[in-house]
Design a protein around this ligand. Structure first.
Ligand code: ZN
Length: 434
């Protein structure tokens, strides 16, 4: 099956429009809310069993999730599209975007129905995880009588359906090669940690030198200090490294000999294409608490990986250790039985290095981060999130959040969740504060 065949069948599914409303397997109920709240670790009293129990808005999708052995009703657009792409060899799936709007919270006893339509299928695209198609559906959840349904939530949902084993190998930045730090070079690495590019200086004759050493090559004095360089220079020479693999680095890798404005040359990694003589400026790539690398880019270019040392957060930072139990319990708490969230062997068979958090759990954690800070009575109106690097066990998910705007009682908050592989999630929430 080629792209033309895929698109032909996609057009047939699109032409059907909205699917008939399908009922959730169970009405909204306290046990499932309790399981979800325990797995997410959300202690909001509104989700506690009792006469005032409400369902968390982040559970909207949970109520209509298929079960472990789903009996797929014919005519479900997302499912039908998955079947087409499975047949074409795109057998792995990854949630990438989820844009939800909530009209109100649900109460135990309410029976939720879902209706969905296929918006588009875009591809084939080359992505980090492999070659695949982005499949976008529009979903609405309703309650009440079928003849007069009340819409309680809606969602734009996008998944990447990809061929396993066709992606770039995952780069684990924690494996970045460590420099040898000694008495002669410590000042340099202490500098990069502070966002300074330091160059060794002879305290006797004033000569600048790099790489650092104990003796001045000009006057042979051993009295040494340093200056902080402007961080600007030009590419004196460069090479592009394609092989072998360098731990912690995405290949190809451009390495340049940069001649600083101060007249000293040093070797560094450059973002993107460069030419000899081109102007470059330094930026600092924080790998972890022990290592910050001085990297180079063209002035005005955004670095590939943002330097997290400059991070700011209006909402107190939340660091969540990702245990396998968190991944598995939240997957089940959100009624997601995809094997990649609970079975490492099968996850690896899909080209992943381990199991990983599902998109519904990330949604729940983002909601929790905001409402833990803003107060349990906060009303979440919408949540648009975009997933990036997967969150695997034994990593830490680090949340930061900023208040973007507040008007007409609606506060807009941006949340970022980072893991060692990079940004796991970028989310924008609209909330009504208590
Ligand atoms: Zn000297």
């Amino acid at each position: 099956m080629n792209d033309e065949d895929i698109q032909k069948r996609v057009e047939e599914i699109k032409a059907r429009g909205y699917s008939p409303a399908r009922e959730g397997r169970d009405p909204v109920n306290e046990p499932m809310i309790r399981h979800w709240a325990e797995a997410i670790g959300d202690a909001n009293p509104r989700w506690q069993p009792g006469p005032d129990c409400e369902a968390p808005p982040a559970m909207a999708q949970v109520w209509t999730m298929p079960g472990l052995n789903p009996d797929r009703p014919p005519g479900e657009p997302l499912w039908d599209t998955m079947v087409v792409l499975d047949e074409a060899g795109y057998t792995s799936v990854l949630g990438t975007n989820c844009d939800q709007t909530y009209a109100r919270t649900l109460r135990p006893g309410e029976l939720v129905r879902i209706s969905s339509r296929l918006e588009d299928v875009v591809g084939p695209k080359h992505t980090a995880v492999g070659e695949g198609y982005f499949v976008t559906t529009r979903n609405t959840w309703t309650v009440g009588p079928e003849e007069a349904p009340e819409e309680v939530a809606s969602m734009m949902f996008r998944v990447l359906k990809f061929k396993p084993g066709t992606g770039r190998p995952t780069v684990d930045r924690s494996k970045t090669v460590r420099p040898l730090v000694n008495r002669d070079s410590a000042y340099f690495w202490e500098g990069t940690a502070k966002g300074e590019l330091r160059i060794q200086k002879c305290n006797k004759c004033g000569m600048l030198r790099h790489p650092p050493g104990p003796v001045c090559p000009s006057c042979h004095a051993m009295d040494r200090g340093y200056v902080t360089a402007s961080g600007r220079g030009r590419v004196h020479s460069f090479l592009v490294h394609h092989a072998p693999i360098v731990p912690g680095k995405q290949l190809p890798l451009t390495l340049a000999l940069v001649e600083l404005d101060e007249g000293v040359r040093l070797v560094g990694e450059v973002d993107g294409d460069v030419a000899i003589g081109e102007e470059v400026e330094v930026w600092f790539d924080r790998i972890d608490d022990d290592l910050t690398l001085a990297q180079w880019r063209r002035p005005g270019d955004e670095p590939k990986a943002a330097a997290e040392s400059e991070e700011s957060s209006d909402i107190p930072v939340w660091e969540l250790p990702i245990a396998p139990t968190l991944v598995v319990s939240t997957a089940l708490g959100t009624r997601d039985f995809q094997d990649v969230h609970h079975d490492r062997d099968l996850a690896m068979g899909h080209g992943s290095k381990d199991i990983f958090l599902n998109i519904l759990s990330t949604t729940g954690l983002v909601h929790r981060y905001v409402t833990d800070w803003a107060g349990p009575q906060t009303q979440v109106l919408s949540c648009a999130l975009c997933l990036g690097a997967p969150a695997h066990p034994y990593d830490t998910l680090r949340f930061t959040g900023d208040v973007v705007s507040a008007s007409d009682g609606v506060t807009t908050i941006d949340v970022t969740g980072r893991v060692s592989l990079g940004t796991h999630v970028n989310a924008r929430l609209e909330v009504r504060l208590p």
